[in-house]
Write a protein that binds this ligand. Structure first.
Ligand code: MN
Length: 758
């Protein structure tokens, strides 16, 4: 009924009934001609059931609905080559979706197998002719997932889609675009992957036709106009080959393939070439008959040899798909020779059987089974091949996903969550983009990703087909550099908003610290001068930046800062007051300077005879941490009194401290950490090494964040060849916690070593 206005036919009910019966007989006869077992009874019942269920319903075109399932069953049987189970399921494929019958009804009447397939088809339907418009990608995911259940669901769906595309003309243009687009993006590549080449080509052409009607018409017209020319070239080219093949006594067909309108257009678009450069005779196919006893491989090579006697062979374009078939079952011998007009022409040599498989996919195998074929066992094998391809991250599966990526989602990528949910993201999207896509909270707390089970940083750019797991930490929060890692507006907006919020809080905190320091010294009147001085010293341009730096701890204000600043107005004073305050400064240099000045006498008021208690009051420490060894409370430390009465705390075994001990014994101070619970947190670096495995990072993070409630400041993971090294910076109050943490982490399966490093 393609391209025919059904309503205009004005059929009587009897004529209509006859037409339906004829269509059904056509399906049945085709099935009887096939090599499948003759399960006619169940096929008849399925047809009757569907006919009854869809009774009185018409398609948009006006034709009785049942003609659609019949057409789908015909495609399933005659174009894909499936057997009775699939034919029944095809008849019934829209029954659950569109009528009052349930999957249980199907099961009671036709058994579990058919019911499962119909159920699968019902689940992935929607958006085709119904209003349950679904996103292409969503359907695609469902297709893939359902595929694992029973491959027949996909094959019948493909037939359903093909018929819908063939009859797309009666749909509203808006629906046409949607369905055509979906077909091009989802179904055609899938058909290709399943080896259904004829269906794939038709789907592409039909999609093209509805999406670009003018271009389609133009190309079709040009194909027609140039046909004569092409025929001439072909005749000249084929004549000597025919001669040879006839001499060999072969039964064969020698044809030239006209490129599909879509593939011509596609090439014109991608290669930016005019029609004239694409339409050429470009492929010739020789399909020869041979008995099962004949050696088809030998015949292929005999033909090959005959052709190369006539035409010059392209040295690198021979493809032997006979000995090593493609993953989808394709077999043929390809060669390329120089044609009479000086152009390269590809020649495909196939036996009839190979050709059938090439055009119709694996299902065509049944035709060649000796005796009656068992759909179940055949499908088992095929299903296994396909699902293996999709499951295994081997080159074949990559090829499949590459095809999709290259042809379809040039501006989009598709990735999968560990549960198999599919997410569409713009090209160049990172792990962080996905995290924000899933949920703002996941984005804000994202610390790393696992792509195809390998650890990657949040900035990692995703590829189509990647399976991505987002790893989060409660203590993680958006960082300024994140903005550079994201490609989606959503992620960027959230990061910026969060940074702004955070900055505001930090600025307020910094302002409060500075104001309090000034107020404590009753120098409010001088506050502007003081703040300006601070800004000048730290090379900070705005007041807000100063507050921010103080607020987030980049600048620490020693408790006597204001007094000192006001008392001693000498220019270099600030350098000595804040020896460690700026990140760029090297405190060791300061110490060295002191040494060089030769000030061996401590003028300090600090009593070196007494143990100096290291403590924090109102957020201000009475000591400074030496960055060379970065000790934390609980570590064995000693104090060194510098020229400005600052107590610098070194780790006991620090090399710098050893030098100081030997040279400036009188400035060395015995210290102990304040017993009371410290509010101040210190950073400690832990290096973890181990064997990478699924889920290890979550366990690690769970242990640190959840079980031990320790804040993670930084987490760097590198995994190579299954071995990972993790540099972890945590915020802790003392060393005991670090030791305990190391012990706990070591208990995690796979972790080989943990060590605190600085
Ligand atoms: Mn349908």
């Amino acid at each position: 009924m393609d391209n025919v206005d059904y309503k205009s036919l004005g059929l009587t009910p009897e004529q209509e009934d006859n037409m339906i019966e004829e269509a059904f007989q056509d399906v049945l006869n085709g099935y009887l001609r096939s090599n499948h077992r003759k399960k006619v009874e169940i096929i008849k019942r399925a047809y009757q059931f569907a006919k009854e269920a869809h009774k009185g319903i018409r398609r948009r075109s006006g034709e009785p609905y049942i003609l659609h399932p019949i057409a789908v069953a015909k495609i399933v049987s005659q174009e894909i080559g499936l057997g009775s189970t699939s034919i029944c399921a095809a008849f019934l494929h829209d029954v659950v979706e569109d009528t009052e019958y349930t999957v249980e009804d199907i099961e009671n009447n036709f058994g579990k197998k058919i019911a499962i397939i119909v159920d699968g088809l019902t689940k992935i339907s929607g958006g085709i002719f119904g209003d349950k418009a679904s996103v292409q990608a969503e359907n695609f995911r469902k297709l893939l997932l359902t595929m694992a259940e029973d491959i027949r669901v996909i094959l019948i769906k493909m037939a359903d889609r093909l018929h819908n595309m063939r009859t797309l003309g009666s749909m509203l243009p808006s629906k046409q675009y949607k369905i055509a687009g979906e077909t091009q993006y989802v179904y055609a590549p899938l058909a290709h992957r399943l080896g259904l080449f004829a269906i794939k080509t038709e789907l592409e052409d039909l999609s093209f036709k509805y999406q670009h009607p003018d271009k389609y018409a133009e190309i079709c017209e040009k194909i027609k106009d140039t046909q004569g020319q092409r025929d001439e070239v072909f005749k000249d080219f084929a004549a000597p080959i025919r001669q040879k093949l006839d001499d060999m006594g072969l039964k064969y067909t020698l044809t030239t393939r006209v490129k599909s309108a879509y593939s011509i257009w596609h090439k014109m678009e991608t290669k930016h070439v005019p029609f004239e450069e694409v339409y050429d005779l470009y492929a010739v196919r020789i399909v020869f008959d041979c008995d099962a006893s004949d050696n088809e491989k030998a015949i292929c090579w005999n033909i090959y040899s005959a052709i190369t006697d006539i035409y010059r062979l392209h040295p690198t374009r021979t493809r032997d798909w006979v000995n090593t078939p493609k993953a989808n079952g394709y077999r043929a011998l390809h060669l390329t020779v120089m044609g009479t007009d000086g152009n390269w022409v590809e020649i495909q040599i196939r036996s009839t059987k190979m050709d059938d498989i090439a055009e119709r996919g694996f299902a065509a195998h049944w035709k060649y089974k000796i005796g009656e074929s068992d759909e179940e066992s055949e499908l088992e094998t095929w299903l296994k091949t396909i699902t293996d391809l999709l499951k295994e991250p081997g080159p074949n599966a990559v090829d499949f996903l590459d095809t999709i990526k290259l042809n379809l989602f040039a501006t989009e990528i598709i990735v999968f969550t560990p549960k198999g949910d599919l997410v569409t993201l713009p090209k160049d999207a990172s792990v962080l983009d996905l995290a924000y896509h899933l949920h703002t909270e996941i984005g804000s707390h994202c610390i790393a990703g696992k792509v195809n089970h390998r650890l990657v940083p949040i900035s990692y750019k995703l590829q189509s087909g990647d399976q991505v797991e987002v790893l989060t930490s409660k203590t993680q929060k958006p960082q300024a550099e994140w903005v550079g890692f994201v490609a989606t507006a959503k992620a960027k907006t959230h990061i910026e908003a969060s940074l702004k919020r955070e900055r505001k809080a930090v600025v307020e905190k910094g302002m409060a610290i500075i104001e309090k320091t000034i107020a404590d010294n009753s120098l409010e009147a001088e506050s502007n001068i003081l703040i300006t001085k601070m800004m000048g010293h730290f090379n900070i341009v705005t007041r807000e930046d100063l507050y921010f730096a103080v607020g987030n701890g980049n600048i620490e204000l020693p408790e006597n800062i204001v007094k000192t600043l006001i008392k001693k107005q000498s220019s270099g004073i600030l350098n000595r007051i804040w020896p460690f305050s700026s990140k760029n400064k090297k405190p060791e240099d300061e110490v060295t300077e002191v040494n060089e000045e030769g000030k061996t006498e401590s003028k300090s008021k600090i009593n070196t005879k007494k143990i100096y208690v290291l403590h924090t009051e109102n957020g201000v420490q009475n000591y400074l941490i030496a960055p060379c060894c970065n000790p934390i409370p609980g570590d064995d430390v000693l104090g060194f009194i510098d020229d400005n009465d600052n107590v610098i705390v070194h780790s006991m075994d620090c090399p710098t401290a050893n030098r100081l001990k030997s040279n400036y014994g009188n400035r060395i101070l015995a210290t102990r950490w304040e017993e009371s619970p410290l509010i101040t947190m210190f950073s400690a670096t832990i290096t973890i090494e181990g064997i990478d495995r699924m889920g290890i990072l979550q366990e690690l993070i769970h242990e640190i964040s959840t079980n031990m409630a320790i804040n993670i400041r930084k987490l760097n993971i590198e995994a190579t060849e299954g071995v990972f090294t993790c540099e972890l910076v945590v915020m802790v109050s003392d060393a005991k916690i670090v030791n305990r943490l190391c012990k706990q982490i070591k208990k995690i399966d796979g972790v080989k070593s943990t060590a605190r490093t600085n």
